[in-house]
Write a protein that binds this ligand. Structure first.
Ligand code: IPE
Ligand code: IPE
Ligand code: MG
Length: 235
């Protein structure tokens, strides 16, 4: 989920922008709980993009503080509910205090199996792909990997999402019709769902609408309907 529309939520109420993400933390709580109860196995939330570092410093600091507060207040609840906490993105660029909290959350919840909550933090799809490409180049030039053994699976394992399946559904709140550098490689065949609902207003009902829309789609992966209906066999 691309959790967009927090700033606008606040502006509409003549509140400071940061009131948006502060309220948005409640949406995160609701959404995580709803996803777990619905049986979603992996929930990835886009919390901060590589490009978001360009925002005014006060906003960046405010967002980092909110993330730290979220971890402080939610970690035990996540753990009680069997949720495994992970992150993708350049965690090393985050403030040391936040990095420590992330490490603690990861360590505490690493054996949990009911759902993976994956937070994209200082994440950019292009940067993810670039880093993987550099790693692959090293592996090839050192002879560790043969060029003709490079497959999509091998490349996928060099990305930050290694071990996680590609997303089935990508939801973006806030009404913008773009990907904003989210999971570019991983979303190659993901179903997209855009809702005008601002992130702090996103609730069980909006989430259900997105899932129901997803259930109406036919995922053809390049094939034709007949093939999908006969279970992949060419008629
Ligand atoms: C997205 O909400 C969340 C973050 C980048 C933290 P925005 O802050 O982009 O909200 P709008 O798009 O300005 O309304
Ligand atoms: C995308 O939202 C990133 C997150 C929700 C974390 P932005 O608000 O940063 O996206 P753009 O800049 O409008 O594309
Ligand atoms: Mg935005």
């Amino acid at each position: 989920i691309i959790m967009d529309g927090n700033g606008r939520w606040a502006r509409r109420r003549f509140l400071p922008r940061l009131e948006g993400p502060r309220q948005g933390a409640k949406s995160v709580r609701r959404t995580v709980e709803f996803a777990r109860r619905t049986g979603i196995e992996i929930l990835t939330l886009y919390a901060f993009s590589t490009e978001n570092w360009q925002r005014p410093k006060t906003e960046v600091i405010g967002l980092m503080n909110l993330l730290a507060q979220y971890l402080d207040s939610e970690l035990e609840e996540l753990h009680r509910n069997g949720i495994c906490f992970r992150t993708i993105g350049e965690v090393g660029r985050l403030p040391a205090r936040l990095m420590a909290k992330i490490e603690k959350a990861r360590e505490r919840t690493k054996t949990n199996r009911s759902m993976v909550l994956n937070i994209a933090l200082s994440y950019g799809g292009r940067q993810d792909i670039l880093k993987a490409a550099v790693r692959l180049a090293h592996a090839i030039s050192s002879g560790e990997v043969a060029e003709d053994s490079v497959t999509e699976e091998l490349f996928g394992d060099l990305l930050e999402t290694r071990g996680l399946r590609d997303p089935d559904l990508l939801i973006r709140t806030g009404g913008e019709l773009r990907i904003s550098n989210f999971l570019l490689w991983q979303a190659a065949y993901t179903e997209l769902y855009f809702t005008p609902a601002l992130w702090p207003d996103f609730d069980e009902e909006t989430f259900t609408q997105a899932i129901e829309a997803y259930q109406q789609r036919q995922r053809r992966f390049g094939m034709i309907s007949d093939q999908i209906e006969t279970g992949g066999r060419v008629p």
